[in-house]
Each structure stands twice: as C-alpha cells, then as structure tokens.
Design a protein around this ligand. Structure first.
Ligand SMILES: NC(=O)c1ccc[n+]([C@@H]2O[C@H](COP(=O)([O-])OP(=O)(O)OC[C@H]3O[C@@H](n4cnc5c(N)ncnc54)[C@H](O)[C@@H]3O)[C@@H](O)[C@H]2O)c1
Length: 419
C-alpha cells in the first residue's frame, strides 16, 4: 500500500482532526504541506507534522503557483470559502477532499462538478456519517435486500442546546448572511446526503419544507438583558447564556482557535476577555436570520418518501432513523449505535427482530466517521473500490440539491420540483 501524501488547506478544527490520522498511522499517510493564513495555526500545524518552510503557504493562490505535488488536498476551510478554493485546486488538477457543505449555491456546486470532470480530478466530500459503523452497517442490510424495496425513510436530528448556542446562535454558523449556509445546510446536509445515499435506487423528485426562528428573538430575551453575556445582569438565569454553553456544556474548542495564543496556555479568563469583544459574547436573543427548526418531505421518483426533522436547542443531541421497506424495517439510535432489523414473513404474517450494537467498532469522533472517512479514502486512492461509502462529488449532488430546494420551498411556501 502506497503512503498517501496530503496537503491541508485550513488548519482549523476539522483539518487538524482528519490529519491526526497521519500521526497515528504514519505508514499509511503523511501530511507534506499546509495552507493557512493564520501564522500561529500554520506554524503549530507545521511543527506537529514536521512540514518544512517551503511547504507552508498563506493562501491557495500562492500554493497552486508553487506547483507542489501530492496525492490529495484536504480542503477544510469554512463554508463560504469552499467554492473559490476548490475551483483553484481543481483548475490545477489536484484531487480534493472537501468539507461539507460543498458550497451553499447550486450553480457553484455544478460548476465544481464540471471542472472536476473536465480535469479528471477525484473529489470526495467529508460526509463522515456515511463512514460510521452505524450508517454503514444499515446500508449493507439494505444492499443485501433484507428489508426489500424502500418505501419510506424517516430521520431526525436534535442539536443539543450548548452545541446549538455555541455554533448556530453566537458562533461561526450563526447567520446565513455571514457564513453563507442556512441552518439546514450547515448542520444537516449530512442527513439529506444519508437519505439520498441510503435510497439511491432512485432520485428526489419533489420537496416541501417548513422552518422558523421562534426562540432566539429579541422579544424573548429576559427583561433586564444586556448586549453581552459578560456584562448582563440577567446572565445567571438566562437559558442561553454563552458562558453556560462554553463552560458548562464544554464548547470551548472553536473559540480558542480565535485567541492568538498556544492552545494549552489559554485560560478561562482569556476566553472571557474574548467574549467581551467578539461576536461570541453577544446576546443569544440578537435578531439573526438562522432557523431554529426545520423539516422537509421529499418524494422520490419511485414513489418512496423521505422525511427529516431538524430541531435546534434540544435537551439531547442525537439522530434517529426509521426505514420501512416492502419486506421489513430498520430503526435505530445513532448515539447508542444500536439498531434493529425487523423482517416480515409473508407466510406466517409475523415479524422477527434482530438487534445490532456496533458501538464497539467506534474508534473516533462523529460515531467513528472521522477516522473511517480517512481510512477508506486512503484505501480508495490505493485502488480499493470496496467501500460502500466513498463519495465522489457527483454522488453527493442530490443531498445538497435537497437542501437548496428545501430552502426554496420554505421561503416561497411552494412544493418544489427537482429539475
Ligand atoms: N464533517 C463534519 O462533520 C463537520 C463538522 C464541523 C464542521 N464542518 C465543516 O468543516 C469546515 C471547517 O470548520 P472548522 O470548524 O474546522 O473551522 P475553523 O475555523 O476551525 O477552520 C478553518 C480554517 O481555515 C483557515 N482559512 C481561512 N481562510 C483560508 C484560506 N483562504 N485558505 C486556507 N485556509 C483558510 C482559517 O484560518 C481556519 O484556521 C466548515 O466548512 C464546517 O462547516 C464539518
């Protein structure tokens, strides 16, 4: 097996997570370069992976002009940078692994797919859930025909309150206008991708979607609230205080990247100082444009129906799935990595249940998906085509089109047809 050489674009949270694989499995993968505008992050990353000065770059333009070779570039920049950075990489014929969402705009997605095809580039997407033992085993039961032809898929995702506040109320994805992605795209293009991947005998045909922002509105703020949690007299009893989301729920990793100090030297006081001046510290009830819940119903061309509920600020963060086929059902709880395959016997008119617990196979975050993705990608680049999960860009288009059309439906109040 050839050792895969990777160059990372964007040495933030996700980029560091995927590339740690090279530290744990140095015989399989090596990180040979980094593109990162923030000096401290670039240097820390270069030190971690022993990357020489001439393989450290400040931006993608500088990198592509340098003409360095590698097997694949991991593009782990933020949502609204994916299009321009991927376009430049594909024009220079690099293979790319890009973070989800690929891009918030349909025209850009199709443009990237065309450039990749024209230049013969392989593009994979970080739909890490496809690589979890949970969803991967469910996919295998479907491929084995154990529940017959799919007639219905019901899926849900609840985002736990601390996570929701940190990411979608005050953090990087708090506003579509700023980050480019609506809530459904930022959080759940994973789920719409799973729906289309699990049901890929067919394609989406029509969609309807509802969504609203009902909690995080100025009129719901405590009467004595201030502009920032750090100076707010209502903070001790405010449900959505960012101090609680960061320190009680433990969501401090991302804000620490914004503080210009080595991570292990950052104190709680440094974070509080940052909250006094950054958007992270602004009241959760500030009026913004992101939904706090949204659902969708997709009718597929073969008549099957997919339903998905996304709910922000819930007590528990989790995903559930219930797939009904002509010969049985599969239902499961992602957080426990357990699911049941129920087969219906048309002779006895009875069903039998078989329960599976795949939690022992989880070796990394995202239910095992982070490592699973990198491991299967390395195998793929070595010519192994056995993965049921590996996503080429063309395979990921439907899941993204579901989100774009759901947004169109939500905004117009119309049922939208896929063209
Ligand atoms: N697959 C998943 O489950 C999952 C989970 C969380 C986030 N994400 C996605 O991963 C992406 C990255 O998120 P993150 O939390 O790591 O963000 P981050 O802010 O921690 O990292 C992004 C990095 O990109 C760098 N950057 C900015 N401009 C750049 C440029 N022009 N060229 C190169 N680098 C540049 C930033 O300095 C930063 O270090 C986002 O698109 C996000 O939506 C995916």
């Amino acid at each position: 097996m050839k050792k895969i050489e990777v160059i990372l674009v964007g040495a933030g949270n996700r980029g560091k997570t995927y590339t740690e694989y090279a530290i744990r499995f140095p015989e399989e993968m090596r990180v040979i370069g980094v593109v990162e505008p923030q000096k401290r992050l670039r240097e820390e990353f270069a030190a971690r992976h022993n990357i020489p000065q001439n393989m450290q770059f400040v931006n993608v333009e500088e990198f592509v002009k340098a003409g360095k070779e590698c097997d694949i570039v991991f593009n782990c920049t933020l949502d609204n940078l994916h299009y321009e950075t991927c376009k430049a990489l594909l024009q220079y014929k690099y293979n790319v692994l890009v973070e989800k969402p690929i891009t918030p705009k349909k025209e850009e997605l199709l443009d990237l797919a065309n450039i990749a095809k024209k230049n013969g580039c392989f593009v994979a997407v970080c739909h890490v859930l496809r690589y979890t033992p949970f969803y991967q085993s469910i996919k295998r039961h479907i491929l084995n025909g154990e529940i017959g032809k799919i007639t219905s898929i019901y899926m849900s995702e609840c985002v736990k309150v601390g996570h929701f506040v940190e990411s979608y109320v005050v953090g990087k994805w708090k506003s579509e206008e700023e980050c480019g992605s609506p809530f459904l795209l930022a959080k759940s293009c994973h789920d719409t991708d799973l729906m289309c991947w699990l049901n890929n005998d067919t394609e989406p045909e029509q969609i309807a979607s509802f969504g609203d922002r009902k909690i995080f509105l100025p009129e719901n703020a405590p009467v004595t609230h201030g502009e920032r949690c750090t100076s707010c007299s209502a903070e001790p009893y405010c449900k959505y205080s960012v101090l609680k989301a960061l320190f009680k729920a433990g969501w401090t990793a991302r804000i620490m990247n914004d503080i210009d100090k080595p991570k292990d030297e950052i104190t709680k006081e440094d974070i509080i100082e940052h909250l006094k001046v950054s958007d992270y510290g602004k009241c959760a009830y500030t009026n913004r444009d992101l939904m706090d819940r949204q659902n969708l119903i997709v009718k597929f061309k073969n008549g099957s129906i997919g339903t998905f509920d996304l709910i922000g600020a819930a007590a528990t963060g989790n995903r559930h799935i219930h797939i009904v086929g002509e010969d049985g059902e599969i239902f499961g709880d992602h957080s426990k990595s357990t699911y049941c395959v129920r087969k219906f016997n048309f002779d006895t008119y009875q069903s039998t249940d078989e329960w599976y617990d795949v939690s022992a196979n989880i070796k990394s975050d995202h239910g095992g998906g982070d490592d699973g993705l990198v491991r299967e990608l390395i195998a793929y680049l070595n010519g192994d085509r056995s993965s049921v999960s590996i996503t080429k860009l063309s395979d990921s288009i439907n899941g993204h089109l579901v989100v774009y059309n759901a947004e169109l439906s939500r905004k117009t109040g119309q049922i939208v047809r896929f063209e």
